[in-house]
Design a binder for this molecule. Structure first.
Ligand code: G6P
Length: 607
């Protein structure tokens, strides 16, 4: 899931390529590179590591061409070295590639037998040599790309730049996103509209299997069968948005603090605040005829799905199964044609989630997508969209998108409950009121940051951390552990508090912090018993609960974070805040890069 960009401009392309890559770094940051044409000749500059290394290189070796391509890498095939950095080149062209070419071994052997010398360990170099080979056979650049596309299997997006062709870029999409931007006598290609935002807000999206021949005069779109097709340029809202950190040290910190606002926006999308009722939702199936609901997602979005299960089962009395998309897509689960599957994704591009959606569609069943990027592949493919209005999320670890996903899941659950007659009008009004209170509660919780920092100080010296929770706090315990692992590299596990005695209790000692998420809900008493079990074994308990929780728990606490009093139903939306802040501050204290944790990427368009 790398980021790719192409510019057919009028001034020097390299600084603008770098500007676009900055907006794509969320897709990977193992290496970066750009290529331009100078008097028709290909010139490349590449660097290992983050984009700033490339910037330093470019300062010493500036590139002047007005046409160029750029890449920021998340390594799949081959180590993150400069040699494996894109663009990859032959004597005829350079290419940037996002995704995986699955049949690269066979193609590599075939090309090697023809005498092509591979300089890298990547699958991407195949994309360069295949087209070079077609050019050598006398084909035009467009025909050569088309012929090569038919030979590569996998999920990828590509942009080609050709030696001697000062007014031509060719882009292709097969399973990974690619957008074309239209400027004033200039044209652009990029993995998303955000990357192109500094240059244009007029963007067209390639559909699955499309490829595009782009010159300064415009773009010709063709489909997988080489038919010329129309892809409309639309004005994209991303055009106005600047990815800036403002006064914050990290995007993650900024995004954590944006939550009262974006949760508020998302609640307002689903709720008529005046009437204290839900706004109507256009269900792709009649909720009354449903027998079950499936939820499919990855990572933090999967955790949002797990919380959604509790709510849908409670409000709509429908059985819910939740799957990670990488399992779902290959398990070939039976799909109930009259059922409903909800896909949850911030980016709307996660390869496994997208493939699962295709599977459900191919089986003739209906889908709703809870997505943050309205123009994404998942949003466009699903039968209905339940948007999260978190705005662009740049920090790799999902924060504001997660809480907005929870709001959307809550609204869907309430909507299903009402439509099925399980919830009364009075229930709806009460629950909608509780949901509408969450932005204020989140704002109040953010004030606990100095106290959270103190706890983070203690966590930063731990080797392992255990998170416990019951009910909807259980998925939140999973999220707490996930966040801490990915940001601080401290090993952490999330467990259902009641399951403690079936294994992890063996780990309790005086060294391992046990973080208990204990909102006041009907199962809090049970959680107290589990804390006592930890306490009896000399464990270190860190409790996150409301003002009376510490008193009620009656155990020795190493630390207590007093959360605001609240109705428990939507507590996960509020309790997500200390969970996020804890991971963030632990990482910062330990000197880790909270925005770009090692080995991770924001948008995972590979499987
Ligand atoms: C990556 C990100 C996570 C995210 C997951 C799913 O692993 O680092 O923050 O939850 O992908 O991404 P999606 O865009 O589908 O929500």
């Amino acid at each position: 899931m790398c980021g790719i960009v192409g510019i057919l401009g009028n001034g020097a392309a390299a600084p603008r390529l770098v500007e676009a890559l900055k907006r794509l770094e969320y897709r990977g940051y193992d290496s970066a590179g750009v290529a331009t044409l100078e008097r028709g000749e290909l010139k490349r500059v590449r660097a290992e590591g983050k984009l700033r290394n490339l910037e330093t290189r470019l300062a010493d070796h500036p590139l002047h061409g007005a046409i160029g391509i750029g890449h920021t890498r998340w390594a799949t095939h081959g180590r993150p070295t400069e040699n494996n950095a894109h663009p990859h080149a032959s004597d005829r062209l350079a290419v940037v590639h996002n995704g995986i070419i699955e049949n690269f071994r066979t193609l590599r052997e075939e090309l090697a037998a023809k005498g092509y010398r591979f300089a890298t360990e990547t699958d991407s170099e195949i994309a360069a040599f295949l087209v070079t080979d077609e050019l050598a056979a006398g084909k035009s650049p467009a025909d050569a790309v088309y012929a090569s596309l038919r030979r590569m299997r996998g999920a990828f997006a590509l942009v080609y730049l050709f030696e001697g062709e000062d007014n031509l870029l060719i882009g292709a999409r097969q399973g990974a996103p690619l957008a074309v931007g239209q400027g004033d006598g200039e044209m652009f290609l990029g993995s998303d509209a955000l990357a192109l935002a500094p240059f244009t807000d007029r963007v067209a999206y390639l559909e699955e299997g499309d490829w595009a021949i782009v010159t300064r005069e415009g773009a010709e779109f063709r489909d997988a069968d080489n038919n010329v097709v129309q892809r409309r340029f639309v004005k994209t809202p991303a055009g106005g948005l600047l990815a800036e950190k403002g006064n914050y040290r990290h995007f993650m910190a900024k995004e954590i603090h944006e939550q009262p606002e974006v949760i508020g926006h998302t609640v307002a999308h689903y709720v008529d605040m005046g009437a204290q009722r839900l706004k109507p939702f256009d269900w792709p199936v009649d909720p009354k005829s449903l027998n079950r609901v499936s939820i499919v997602a990855c990572g933090t979005a999967h955790v949002a799905g797990l919380v959604g299960k509790y709510w849908i089962e409670r409000f709509a009395r429908l059985p819910v199964e939740v799957d990670v998309a990488s399992e779902y897509r290959y398990r070939e689960p039976p799909v109930d044609k009259d059922g409903l599957t909800i896909f949850v994704s911030q980016s709307g591009e996660t390869a496994d989630t997208l493939a699962s959606l295709r599977y459900v569609k191919d089986n003739g069943a209906r889908s709703v997508a809870v997505v943050n990027v309205a123009t994404s592949s998942i949003a466009r493919l699903a039968d209905a969209v339940a948007p999260t209005l978190a705005g662009p999320e740049i920090g790799v670890a999902s924060t504001k998108a997660f809480t907005c996903q929870l709001v959307a899941m809550a609204a869907l659950a309430l909507g299903l409950g009402r439509a099925r007659g399980v919830l009364s009008e009075a229930d709806e009004t009460r629950l909608v009121g509780e949901l509408a209170a969450t932005p204020g509660l989140v704002a109040e919780t953010l004030k606990l940051e100095p106290a959270v920092e103190k706890i983070a100080q203690k966590l930063s010296t731990a080797r392992d951390v255990l998170y416990l929770g019951r009910g909807t706090a259980y998925p939140l315990a999973l999220e707490g552990a996930l966040k801490l692992k990915e940001l601080s590299y401290i090993h952490a596990e999330g467990y259902a508090a009641g399951e403690l005695k079936h294994g992890p209790i063996a780990l309790i000692d005086a060294a391992m912090p046990v973080i208990v998420l204990g909102p006041r809900d009907p199962v809090f008493e049970k959680t107290i018993s589990n804390m006592q079990e930890v306490s009896a074994r000399g464990g270190r308990i860190f409790l996150i609960g409301d003002a009376h929780a510490a008193e009620e728990a009656a155990v020795t606490l190493e630390s207590f974070l007093p959360m605001p009093d609240m109705a428990s139903t939507f507590a996960p939306i509020v309790y997500a805040i200390p969970v996020q802040m804890l991971a963030y501050h632990t990482a910062v204290i330990m000197g880790k890069d909270a925005d770009q944790p090692r080995n991770l990427a924001k948008s995972v368009t590979v499987e």
